[in-house]
Write a protein that binds this ligand. Structure first.
Ligand code: 5GP
Length: 208
């Protein structure tokens, strides 16, 4: 029924498990496409340029902003992050559900530009669990962990603006719930104005 795709924003505290959730969604369903962001932050061990992010310099990022190549962008923990426009447009026109795994400021920009966007916020069941997960990663210094927990406090202020909370306790359950929420959204009457008006037109013709 849904001809054009929808934008799905997945935000959440650093350490909430968004990355793993998104990877699983992409594996399980061909309807999803993941937008690869541009960032000025350094590459972490195991990350690949063009797969995890497009890693660029500050100058290159600022050029992309100037040339209107990003749908949204934000500064997070001292680095720029942004969503390249071209890929999102292409995937939406192919009818995909385009997933943006982005932080809250960017999410608000997207919702303002595209009010139909589905906003999902991923969180662990408790803050204690969040803290343990951040330490357990072993990839960040204590200073970075403290910075991310302070950041989480700011992000929590915008949690109510999201349409759904995804409580990431059990990963399988979390993937299933997210998939169901996205598929239910595809059938919301308000997202299917073209389908409805087509039906009305056909009925009007039959009843002439
Ligand atoms: P990380 O450095 O851990 O990969 O990402 C830090 C934060 O930046 C995460 O909350 C992630 O979702 C967010 N992020 C990643 N890409 C983008 C983007 O293109 N735009 C915005 N606004 N945030 C992003």
């Amino acid at each position: 029924m849904q001809g054009k795709g929808i934008l799905v924003v997945i935000s959440g505290f650093s350490g909430a498990g968004k990355g793993t959730l998104v990877k699983r969604l992409l594996c399980d369903c061909d309807d999803y496409a993941l937008s690869v962001s541009m960032t000025t932050r350094g590459m972490r061990e195991g990350e690949v340029d063009g797969r995890d992010y497009f890693f660029v310099t500050k100058d290159a990022f600022e050029d992309a902003i100037k040339n209107d190549m990003l749908v949204e962008h934000a500064s997070y923990c001292g680095n720029y992050y942004g969503t390249p426009k071209a890929y999102v447009d292409k995937m939406l026109s192919e009818g995909k559900c385009v997933i943006l795994e982005i932080e809250v400021q960017g999410a608000m920009q997207i919702k303002e530009k595209f009010p139909d966007t589905l906003l999902l916020f991923v969180t662990p069941p408790s803050i204690k669990i969040l803290e343990n997960r951040l330490r357990g990663r072993g990839t960040e210094t204590e200073e970075v962990i403290a910075k991310r927990l302070r950041q989480a406090m700011d992000e929590a202020k915008l949690m109510e603006k999201y349409e759904y909370l995804i409580i990431n306790d059990d990963l399988d359950e979390c993937v299933k719930q997210t998939d169901e929420i996205i598929h239910a959204a595809l059938f919301e009457a308000s997202r299917n104005a073209d389908f409805i008006s087509d039906m009305k037109q056909q009925l009007a013709e039959i009843n002439k």
